[in-house]
Design a protein around this ligand. Structure first.
Ligand code: NAG
Ligand code: NAG
Ligand code: NAG
Ligand code: NAG
Ligand code: NAG
Length: 942
């Protein structure tokens, strides 16, 4: 008896089969690999178009042609002075312009006024808002109010000290515009808002214009006076509260009270200058995705320092703060990494694409019952899982490698800027999660078409939802992170989240000319990658075990489902594999109820003896096997098999005959482990089918009623696969496969190397038989092996089975009496869930036949003559058929001599015309019909 094959052999067999299978799907694979390539190329193309657009002169620093050296030829010179406003951002700036330092002023309509009961009484009246003439308020406090007041008096110049004819020197300038991220161009001069100069009191004619040269343009800029109002507060917390209350909330403008600045002079005195400054940093342009704007705070510090100096040394002393200027910069090019922007969406599709592929492959094997078929030939669940998993993992990794390699090769920043080790870890974890997920989902489906549709819808929906829904939350930094994490529990979103982070890092890296994501960035609080990785690892482990559990316990994907607590079995004591000795009480209770069938009772006795250990040579022993299907939808329970006892020895072929629906298939399904018996059991080679199915499979072959074959594998590949599963190796394997192919007539003419999908029905049948016999199993079940075969192939097949039965036990179901008679040593007629008779074909014919059938055809007016003739031969004759002159009679064998019959017929011929006559022995078919009719008089054959 062969041992169950080792993990390595099973793995090897399955792996080679999968490789061949994959190789066959060349077209699909090509499409699979082309998809990311096409998407990458599309991105490259779009990127090229965008780069082309960005490289247009209007997006580059302006240039012009000037004759510099006077030789009549003009040279091309570029620079900020030749650029328009759109172009300047990219110019090299060797000498950045100087800008007067600005205060961040509240816009006139938002400046603090007396509004409600909660505001301070010394604020100006709200009526100034109508004329845009509200003063800008500065709040001060400190431990010495008289010092504070004198500092405040010195902060803003009065109208008498500022003379606009001298330009802007000495003026305290401010703007309500929002700042940019650099100060090459001060937004105060570019925006349409006026520039203000703050004075302690505005005189008449306080509005005038100046012209400001910016690049090649001269901008006309309006300059307006604004009164700077200083208000003393008793403590810094008062200031704080007032600032807080004045903050713009929603759109309710009447509640807004914006303050220019706040100063707390603390314990300052003449010898000690100690100050705290409040400033508003929200006034900066952070609408775009780029770096944030600078904060206008330096001027407010200078103001108060200057005031202190003047208190100290008198009004003629001045601490001047003329200009601010950026450091010089070289020419830059505008770059927009388009691939990083569209990347998350496209790449989510690319990577998710593997999901339906794994899913359909798994469901295909389930739909075609190939998984069960493999299991019946000894492939354990463990190896199946591990190998399939490893196999899909390998495929996914190869695919991902191609994808990243190609993307890098065409230069997509998404790949080249981010650290490859992070990318590897991310993709590796994700594909593992994805495969586990596919295993889990596959257990709930059994139809390839459905699952393919579901799979692809998932892919596209996930991409779109990610791009137009999930990304929205990712970008919204105020959205609670917890909910993002909750959404990322869906693997599609965690994939999207990770890709999004890659794209963000690549985008800014490209824009700023720095690196993309590095390991140190993982700990960034804004980087979602850390969550994503943790979620995916945990989910992978959970889903993996859940999938295995569901596969084993909940669905019947791999044959008989195990109990939901099947894994506890491993901890229980290993059950003995020897025969269970039946208890003596059981004997004699229910076994002998079918008293009228001595042969069936005889068989039951044999079983009892075998179980008691008196006769151990039986290959198969069925002990009162029963199957009851529970009642559904109000129908009563269905008794498919009502107690079947049978003992088969090695070298015996047992034929099961029976009308459709008699329970033959239920019986076979129990024997091959597809369904669990409701009660009773069977022993195959001494192993109990309830507990030791896995070992039984190693010595069992099955030829199922419907051919379970891979459409794309050839006959030879099927046999190689199953041969390997049965522990055949090297030359033994090749030889066995070759012999097997020859014996079923599939060897010649290259048939063996044609794909099974192209076989005719007969060829598939023969291949199935060959599969059931390969590896020399000791027990073989064949479910109608010769259906659909032409007579020549059928004879061929019979010879194969005859030769094969010499050293094994075969149980065969069939509807062909000829086949049963030809192949089987014993027959059992199975009707309505129980055996009606057991015996070899001759015995049965003798027992149930026991008569000849005499047929005669005459003209209809001689029918009575024929009847008399027959009555003369035997008074017990029985007419079984009569129609327009043709009659058939049953003649008991004991009462008849054949010579008498001939004589009587000769005699009759002389009296009337006999058109035809015949005498036949009973056939097996007659026996079958008789038995079936007796057992089920009403519905089977009427
Ligand atoms: C407050 O400051 C003034 C100078 O401005 C000084 O003369 C006066 O002594 C200070 N008062 C206290 C209590 O320190
Ligand atoms: C402003 O300065 C100009 C010249 O520097 C002078 O002519 C004019 O009188 C000054 N105006 C005032 C109001 O001081
Ligand atoms: C600071 O600036 C923001 C935005 O410009 C504004 O909404 C807010 O009211 C300002 N806060 C104060 C206290 O002025
Ligand atoms: C400045 O003021 C703070 C807050 O009152 C105080 O803790 C600190 O000691 C002061 N510094 C000096 C040099 O007086
Ligand atoms: C902010 O900057 C963007 C471009 O960087 C510009 O289009 C927008 O007008 C700016 N907003 C303000 C309020 O200055």
């Amino acid at each position: 008896m062969a041992d169950s094959s080792s993990f390595r052999t099973q793995a090897n067999a399955l792996f080679r089969k999968n490789l061949t299978f994959q190789g066959r799907n060349f077209r699909t694979n090509l499409r699979l690999i082309l998809f990311p390539i096409v998407l990458c190329l599309l991105l490259v193309l779009l990127q090229a178009i965008i780069n082309n657009e960005l490289d247009k002169p209007s997006n580059k620093c302006g240039c012009t042609c000037i004759d510099q050296d006077g030789d009549g030829q003009c040279e091309r010179v570029c620079g900020i002075q030749y650029s328009d406003l759109d172009q300047v951002a990219t110019c090299s700036i060797p000498n950045p312009p100087e800008w007067p330092p600005m205060l961040q002023l509240p816009a006139p309509q938002f400046r603090a006024v007396r509004t409600g009961f909660d505001s301070f009484g010394d604020l100006p009246d709200g009526s100034c808002r109508a004329t845009n003439s509200c003063p800008a308020t500065v709040l001060i406090t400190g431990s010495n109010q008289s010092l504070g007041d004198s500092l405040g008096r010195n902060m803003f110049p009065s109208s008498s000290t500022f003379n606009s004819s001298n330009g802007l020197t000495g003026a305290v300038l401010g703007s309500a515009s929002k700042t940019d991220s650099s100060n090459f161009l001060d937004s105060a001069f570019l925006s349409s808002l006026p520039i203000y100069y703050v004075q302690s009191q505005c005189g008449p004619n306080s509005t005038f214009s100046i012209s400001v040269p910016i690049a090649s343009l001269d901008l006309e800029k309006e300059i307006r006076c604004v009164q700077g109002q200083l208000l003393w507060r008793n403590s810094s917390s008062d200031i704080n509260n007032e600032l807080y209350a004045g903050y713009r909330k929603g759109n309710r403008e009447e509640k807004i009270n914006e303050i220019l600045a706040g100063y707390d002079f603390l314990n300052s005195n003449i010898n000690n200058y100690n100050v705290t400054v409040w400033y508003n940093s929200t006034y900066k342009n952070d609408t775009g995705n780029g770096p944030l704007g600078i904060v206008r705070v330096s001027r407010s510090i200078n103001l108060v320092s200057n005031a202190f100096l003047q208190v100290l040394l008198g009004p003629s002393t001045q601490m001047l703060f003329d200009f601010v200027k950026e450091m010089p910069k070289p020419e830059t090019t505008l770059r927009l990494d388009f691939s990083s922007l569209l990347g998350p969406l496209f790449f989510t599709w690319v990577i998710l694409q593997l999901f339906p592929i794994v899913l359909t492959a798994l469901v295909y094997e389930k739909q075609q019952n190939l998984r069960i078929m493999m299991k019946m030939h000894g492939l354990g669940d463990g190896p199946y899982w591990i190998i399939s998993y490893a196999y899909f993992l390998a495929i996914s990794l190869v695919y991902m490698f191609c994808f990243v390699a190609f993307g890098s090769a065409v230069g997509l920043k998404f790949f080249t800027l981010n650290d490859y080790s992070i990318q590897f870890v991310f993709y590796f974890i994700y594909v593992n999660l994805q495969i586990s997920m596919a295993f889990l989902v596959a257990t709930f489906f059994s139809n390839v078409k459905t699952v393919a549709v579901v799979g692809y819808i998932t892919v596209f929906a996930t991409g779109l939802l990610g791009g137009f829904f999930f990304q929205f939350f990712l970008q919204d930094k105020s959205f609670p992170r917890v909910w993002i994490v909750v959404m990322e529990l869906y693997p599609g979103f965690s994939l999207y989240g990770g890709l999004y982070e890659f794209s963000q890092y690549a985008f800014t890296g490209n824009y700023m000319g720095t690196d993309g994501m590095r390991w140190r960035d993982i700990s960034d609080s804004n980087n979602e990658m850390r969550h994503v990785l943790i979620i995916m690892v945990l989910e992978w482990l959970i889903v993996f075990f859940a999938a295995y559990y569901v596969d084993q316990a909940v669905t019947s994907g791999s044959g008989a489902r195990k109990s939901p607590l099947f894994f506890l079995g491993k901890f229980k004591k290993k059950r003995s594999t020897s025969f269970r000795r039946p208890s003596l009480q059981r004997q004699g209770s229910k076994v002998y109820v079918q008293l009228e069938k001595p042969d069936v009772i005889q068989e039951a006795k044999r079983v009892e003896q075998s179980l008691l250990g008196q006769e151990m040579s039986h290959a198969i022993v069925c002990d009162n096997l029963k199957k009851v299907y529970p009642g559904r939808d109000g129908n009563p329970e269905k008794f498919a098999v009502k107690g079947l006892s049978l003992a088969l020895s090695q070298g015996e072929c047992f034929g099961m005959l029976g009308p459709n629906g008699a329970g033959k298939t239920s019986f076979i399904n129990m024997m091959i482990g597809l369904v669990k018996p409701s009660s009773g059991t069977a022993y195959v080679q001494g192993l109990d089918i309830r507990n030791n199915m896995d070992q039984i499979y190693a010595n069992m072959g099955v030829c199922p009623q419907h051919d379970l074959l891979w459409e794309t594998l050839t006959g030879r590949e099927h046999l190689l696969f199953y041969g390997r599963l049965k522990n055949l190796k090297g030359s033994t394997l090749t030889q066995a496969v070759e012999e097997s192919l020859k014996s079923v007539n599939l060897f010649n003419g290259g048939v063996a190397d044609k794909q099974a999908g192209k076989y005719s029905g007969g060829m598939k049948r023969r291949l199935s038989v060959a599969i059931s016999l390969i590896g020399d199993p000791k027990v073989v079940y064949m479910d109608e092996p010769s259906t659909g075969l032409d007579p020549a192939s059928r004879n061929n097949l019979w010879n194969v089975i005859k030769r094969a039965k010499q050293n094994r036990a075969i149980i065969l179901t069939t509807h062909s009496m000829e086949e049963a008679e030809h192949l089987c040593d014993r027959l059992g007629i199975f009707v309505d869930g129980s055996l009606q008779c057991v015996g070899n074909p001759k015995e049965l014919k003798g027992r149930y036949g026991g008569s000849y059938v005499f047929a005669m055809t005459t003209s209809s007016n001689h029918e009575t003559d024929v009847e008399n003739l027959v009555k003369g031969l035997s008074p017990n004759a029985n007419r079984i058929y009569q129609i327009s002159g043709t009659q058939k009679f049953e003649l008991p064998k004991q009462a008849i001599k054949i010579a008498d019959v001939f004589r009587a017929v000769e005699n009759a011929k002389s009296r009337f015309q006999v058109q035809a006559w015949g005498l036949a022995d009973t056939t097996l078919e007659d026996v079958f019909i008789k038995v079936a009719r007796e057992a089920q008089p009403f519905d089977v054959l009427s």
